[in-house]
Design a protein around this ligand. Structure first.
Ligand code: DLL
Length: 429
């Protein structure tokens, strides 16, 4: 029932001791990186876990500022891999891993998969992006460690996914929730009965973007399987940070690998137990690039009571949103500022723009409405067409998603009374 009973069912007292030991070691390691050296980490004394408050927060901007190597805390010879957060083509946030780091990450993912019931006899089809994104390789290594037959299809090419699912009798799929629904649509439009076509399919692992209980249920009912919520972020390895157990009442967050805090995003104080706030995480085992008190910006709450599965690690509730303006479309992280930066650089673009997100079928879709500047006429169709195509192309290069671009006259977008409303999210997912 457990991948590693000792670690997963450790008593809370023992876990506290282990965390303190690992936190001290982490600080020693972090102090060797230029970034944390400049922050005076070396001089901060930690005698208990509550002293974590003495440490500074780390943000995504810090990671960008320290690019490329400012946060590496071991000789580069020991670094074997880098990953980056999805969606950024500007200065990315890069995370480095040693062999040991990859091994620990793999163990955490294997622990998650074993927890939901997967075993070496399973056939695992990994429909998530390989490459800089952590979703593909992270799960791939974990599933191989378990001994599963692991099929690295990556995302897209739905017809081939379905063929492989049938031909190889796939029993577990890893998929972003919006793509799972798209897959269901495709099966339906082909007139296939999923329960006959994929009789061995048992599990869907859903992660990398927010989704509702309703989406989970839709996936489960359509395929006749169990779907599990999987949470992670590249700064903390990627997938394998928190995962649902069969009780599916919150995601166990692996506290032997991450120190968990929930803070009020405004005051930065810890919220009362069980209250919603921003998740802040500290790596406890990372060798190549320890990260202290990382502001994930993800909003959740901690469930600290015992779980029927017997694991002692606390759980976090489904992520309900973010404390910043990051959008996640088709699993890709996008900041509205990236869009603004592209638009500003294009001659003919006016003062105002607005981003609308919609659900098209089960897919997310982005419409970017842009005012033209007064040097252009709304009747000059040829110039407008060239401008529209250029905006589409440059946005695609930056955010990796092709939006619909709609041009309008100067003043065509209503000016908000207070803060500009840059994003209108009409998605139903
Ligand atoms: O999305 C890692 C991952 C891959 C997780 C595959 C799960 C499965 P990033 O690209 O760095 O890493 O994006 C991390 O995605 O801060 C959340 O805002 C969001 N996110 C990830 N998983 C979930 C989830 C990967 N289950 C950011 N529910 C995080 C809601 C999620 N949001």
């Amino acid at each position: 029932m457990y991948w590693d009973r000792k670690d997963e069912c450790i008593s809370r007292d023992e876990l506290g001791e282990l965390q303190l030991k690992r936190l001290k070691k982490t600080l020693q390691r972090a102090a060797a990186s230029p970034f944390y050296r400049d922050r005076g980490i070396k001089d901060i004394q930690i005698s208990g876990l509550s002293d974590i408050r003495k440490l500074p927060f780390t943000t995504k901007d810090d990671l960008r500022d320290a690019y490329p190597y400012g946060m590496v805390s071991c000789p580069l010879d020991k670094v074997v891999r880098l990953h980056s957060s999805s969606g950024t083509t500007g200065t990315p946030t890069v995370v480095y891993h040693s062999i040991k780091d990859i091994d620990k990450w793999t163990e955490l993912v294997a622990r998650c998969l074993y927890m939901i019931g997967m075993r070496e006899s399973d056939v695992f089809q990994n429909m998530i992006g390989y490459g800089l994104f952590t979703g593909g390789l992270g799960l791939h290594y974990g599933a191989e460690r378990l001994g599963c037959l692991t099929i690295p299809t990556g995302p897209g090419n739905t017809k081939r996914q379905l063929k492989f699912m049938k031909d190889f009798a796939t029993s577990a799929i890893h998929v972003i929730p919006s793509y799972a629904l798209h897959l269901a649509d495709e099966v339906e439009s082909l007139g296939i009965d999923p329960r006959n076509e994929f009789p061995r399919l048992k599990y869907a692992l859903l992660g990398a973007e927010p989704h509702t209980e309703e989406t989970r249920r839709k996936v489960e009912d359509f395929f006749g399987i169990a779907a599990f919520n999987s949470y992670g972020l590249s700064e903390m390895n990627g997938p394998g940070v928190a995962f649902e157990c069969p009780a599916r009442d919150g995601m166990h967050i692996w506290e032997d690998a991450f120190l968990v805090e929930i803070i009020d995003p405004e005051t930065h104080q810890h919220v009362a137990p069980g209250e919603k706030g921003e998740l802040v995480l500290t790596t406890l085992q990372r060798e190549a690039m320890p990260i202290l008190r990382y502001r994930t910006k993800d909003l959740t709450s901690l469930v600290s009571g015992p779980c029927s599965c017997g694991r002692t690690h606390h759980r976090i509730t489904r992520i309900t949103g973010r404390s910043d303006d990051m959008l996640i479309l088709k699993g890709v992280n996008i900041f509205p500022m990236q869009i603004e930066a592209v638009l500003i650089g294009i001659p003919g673009v006016g003062r105002n723009y607005q981003i609308t997100l919609e659900s098209k079928g089960h897919n997310d879709h982005m419409i970017v409405k842009v005012e033209i500047d007064s040097s252009l006429s709304i009747n000059d169709y040829k110039s407008l067409d060239t401008l529209r195509k250029r905006i589409g192309r440059e946005l695609r290069d930056e955010i990796l998603i092709t939006p619909d671009v709609v041009l309008c006259e100067p003043g065509g977008i209503p000016v908000a009374q207070g803060k500009a409303v840059r994003v209108v999210d009409n998605r139903t997912l």
